[in-house]
Design a protein around this ligand. Structure first.
Ligand code: ZN
Ligand code: ZN
Length: 495
């Protein structure tokens, strides 16, 4: 066994960024849970690419993360989200990425540029133009293009039929994406304003399931309607200088990862059938990862994108929840359902630390067999403590179809209620439908190494899904959460 150095110096943990220190014990039942006092941990840095901190109380060993980089990642996500929207885009400004449309009080109207409104940021005085305030002259072309995309035409077919070259196609696509982000930002703001009580769900999937290109896609939405409130990918479309081969959380900008070497990993056994065995297998997989919070650290090889840069997924996921937590200022009670993934759990627990302590958040792992009827009452409930962490799972079944939940905030009753209502199905299906709807584009051989072309499509898809797509009962997710009275047409989406 390696010798552990006693904690003594003040620089053992990566420095906090402002008040943000994400390195702490993450065992909810531990006395040191959430403690940022370095004396409560043993930190071992003898292997720089794998530093560990060990809680002196419970022995847990959460991976170490760079706080500065998580904050920088939030800014990156915000800039991408507000790209093309009228918003301050000064990375050092408090108003970064807050659109005029929903944050009027932060800006002055500041004359015109042609027929377009100009604004000035009250905080940093930067000025910018609302590119979309004029008339959309490309309205008809864009509608046709969207209609063809959504009916499964390939990019080549669309270009041929519309007589446009691929560059024009992608330009139009990114214009449409900007318009979609503009529409969504207004609806999202309204949703969060009235969300004192809210149930959300997340899922994390590869953006291109057959590509092994390391691009993961996290989406979070309202749990029953599937209204998507945020989605992000750990891929930066521009090249980055000197991305790092090894993750060193004591170095800033470590989140940008270089193409890793191929590595030998054990061939995973076929997934077991029973639900309890599946949960157990997932824990084993997580414990076998070099970094438990980085699902990519356990891949034999990554088909690294030819342009742009991968971000270590833990940074994107922590940033995703930080971004979400900033939108939840009016929220008093939150449920958050997710698949069994240590990265989601750690990020959620660290970001919502204070809410876990005052019991105003209910984060839950959920696993369901195919065919589980959503909303049916639980049958007999079995409680099983699982894995190294002794997570407390509750399982139930009807005939041979099972479901399990684990309250990762530590609540010990109410299993019956959670087994009935907790589900991330609406979000998982949203992602699966994207893969099916655009399978041509998603699986195109060339596209596997060039994921950037899919980024505008993600914004368009989210807008269409939230505002236009009707489920079997004829309602859109936006209607189900009470944001709109009717589905939007493609024409309304683009105007
Ligand atoms: Zn502990
Ligand atoms: Zn500003």
């Amino acid at each position: 066994m390696k010798k552990l150095h006693p904690a003594s110096s003040a620089t053992l943990l990566p420095p906090a960024y402002g008040h943000l220190q994400l390195n702490h014990c993450k065992t909810v039942s531990c006395r040191n849970f959430g403690s940022m006092d370095e004396h409560n941990y043993v930190v071992q840095r003898s292997n720089p690419s794998r530093p560990t901190m060990i809680c002196r109380e419970c022995g847990a060993f959460p991976p170490v993360i760079n706080n500065h980089d998580v904050v920088a990642e939030v800014s990156r996500l915000k800039l991408a989200q507000s790209s093309g929207l009228p918003a301050c885009n000064n990375p050092d400004c408090r108003n970064l990425g807050l659109p005029v449309l929903t944050h009027r009080h932060l800006y002055h109207a500041f004359g015109y540029s042609g027929d377009r409104q100009r604004y000035r940021c009250k905080c940093c005085q930067a000025t910018f133009v609302d590119r979309w305030s004029g008339f959309n002259g490309k309205h008809m072309v864009q509608q046709k293009l969207l209609a063809m995309l959504f009916t499964g035409y390939s990019v080549r077919d669309i270009c041929r039929r519309q007589g446009m070259n691929p560059k024009t196609f992608y330009d139009q696509l990114s214009h449409i994406a900007s318009r979609c982000r503009r529409q969504l930002s207004m609806f999202d703001a309204r949703l969060f304003k009235h969300a004192q009580t809210l149930s959300l769900a997340s899922d994390l999937k590869p953006l291109q399931p057959n590509s092994d290109n390391g691009v993961l896609w996290i989406a979070t939405g309202e749990a029953s309607s599937g209204y998507i409130v945020g989605q992000h990918v750990n891929y930066h479309p521009a090249d980055v200088d000197n991305p790092s081969k090894d993750h060193d959380p004591y170095q800033n900008n470590t989140r940008f990862m270089a193409a890793p070497n191929a590595q030998l990993v054990e061939v995973p056994l076929p997934a077991p059938q029973g639900i309890l065995a599946r949960v157990d297998a997932t824990y084993r997989e997580v414990l076998a990862r070099p970094n438990m919070e980085d699902p990519l650290s356990h891949l034999p090889r990554i088909n690294y994108p030819t342009k742009g840069c991968l971000v270590r997924p833990q940074y994107t996921v922590y940033a995703h929840y930080l971004h979400l937590s900033q939108m939840l200022e009016y929220n008093e009670s939150l449920s958050l359902f997710m698949p069994q993934e240590t990265l989601l759990r750690s990020a959620c627990i660290s970001v919502f630390l204070n809410r876990i302590k005052d019991n105003s958040i209910h984060p839950l792992y959920v696993i369901e067999d195919k065919g589980w009827r959503h909303g049916q009452a639980a049958g007999r409930i079995d409680i099983v403590l699982m894995s190294w962490w002794r997570d407390r799972w509750a399982f139930t079944r009807h005939d041979d179809i099972g479901k399990g939940i684990c309250h990762i905030g530590g609540e010990k009753d109410n299993e019956k209620k959670w087994l009935e209502i907790a589900s991330h199905r609406a979000i998982s299906e949203y992602q699966t439908r994207f893969h099916d709807q655009f399978s041509q584009l998603v699986n195109e051989p060339r596209r596997k190494l060039r994921p950037a072309g899919l980024l505008p499509l993600l914004d368009i898809y989210r807008a269409w899904h939230n505002l236009c797509r009707q489920d079997r009962s004829g309602l859109t997710p936006a209607q189900q959460v009470g944001l709109t009275a009717a589905p939007l047409t493609l024409e309304q989406l683009l105007s």
